[in-house]
Design a protein around this ligand. Sequence first.
Ligand code: NDP
Ligand code: GDR
Length: 380
Amino acid sequence: MQQKVALITGITGQDGAYLSEFLLKKGYIVHGLKRRSSLFNTDRIDHLYQDPHTQHRNLILHYGDLTDSTNLIRVIQETQPDEIYNLAAQSHVKVSFDTPEYTANADGVGVLRIMEAVRLLGLVEKTKIYQASTSELYGLVQAVPQSETTPFYPRSPYAVAKMYAYWITVNYREAYGMFACNGILFNHESPVRGETFVTRKITRAAAKIALGLQDKLFLGNLSAQRDWGHAKDYVEAMWLMLQQEKPEDFVIATGVTTSVRDFVRLSFAELGIEIEFSGKGVAEKGVIIDRDQDRMKELGINADHIKLGQTVVKVDAAYFRPTEVDLLVGDPNKAKSRLNWQPKYGLDELVSEMVQADLQLMRKDAYLKAGGFDTLNYFE
Ligand code: NDP
Ligand code: GDR
């Protein structure tokens, strides 16, 4: 049987990395679109990299950008994909308030560029398209849990751009008969989650604080509630959507919601550190009230770094968003019954995996620091 060909935009991102691994294991040839950057940006997929001099490569990277239609047309023409997974986006909600026009261009019009490329190249019958839609579309809470029929009310330039992307996907499906699906994915995380998203910011900081490499963690809205799943589970759902007879849109979520505050508690608890929150608004703080010395010993953490009564979490209003999404909790029943999809990870396993991975990473930093190798400065 001929190998299937997939094109992944955003292959260097969290989901791109998990999806590449998933599709390569299924025997696909995977093409990925990566941006040119002044530093290497392929960390997350370096373990899958194949030397360009290898004869039969299954992973091939192409330079490109969602804001460049001629580039997209050329890459799609050259690769003739059976499946396109459009994961590329300026994906940070807070940053979208600083770069609204760019976000609209990449996250909104970028999707149109892909749809048009497929249509103009005569690939409508051949190429199936997955569009990375988001629970941010629900925005201001209308109803919970949120399902495929819950109305949208986007609350950021990111979400508004993704709303255009959602509808242009539906429109091309209806107008031209394209096999195009929206996966309305709720937040999903992993040890390779970008460091500025709240979960990874918390797990990194918890690990650093435990090792005595950092004093405090500054966060924004601690009361926001999110439905957090694992990226590994969610990329499987993307693939399943494109294996259906008919193109449809699906919510992918766990159905469980947790506050940022509780995510902090769980992350520190994984390291044997108990945090209590007190105060309100910008005055709220998280203080260490207990430590489990046996757990710390088991993890090789020096309990002397952990002082009872120490404030380790503070609120910084700089992280507040001009308009916030307070509560997200998804209803994954359609995906469960139609795609036979089920998340394998619960929140506890997700937190544990992320914290343990960051502990290992930060321990490496600690060794470098102890050995005097943390201060390479080329500019003296
Ligand atoms: P990441 O931010 O980790 O990755 C985004 C990817 O898009 C990176 O490869 C990035 O490249 C690339 N990219 C950004 N701008 C452009 C552009 N203009 N042209 C080409 N590539 C670009 O996001 P995730 O992996 O977490 O998310 C994947 C997709 O799913 C995104 O579209 C996101 O909006 C959406 N989504 C994510 C959810 C989540 O919880 N993770 C939930 C719902 C939707 P580089 O590495 O060079 O920056
Ligand atoms: P989100 O993820 O905006 O839901 O978008 P993020 O982790 O950035 O924020 C989640 C919630 O935590 C609150 N928060 C903070 N957020 C960040 N980043 N930094 C902080 O210090 C902080 N303190 C509190 C936020 O206000 C928010 O309420 C993610 C992205 O992956 C999108 O691309 C995707 O579409 C959605 O998830 C679903």
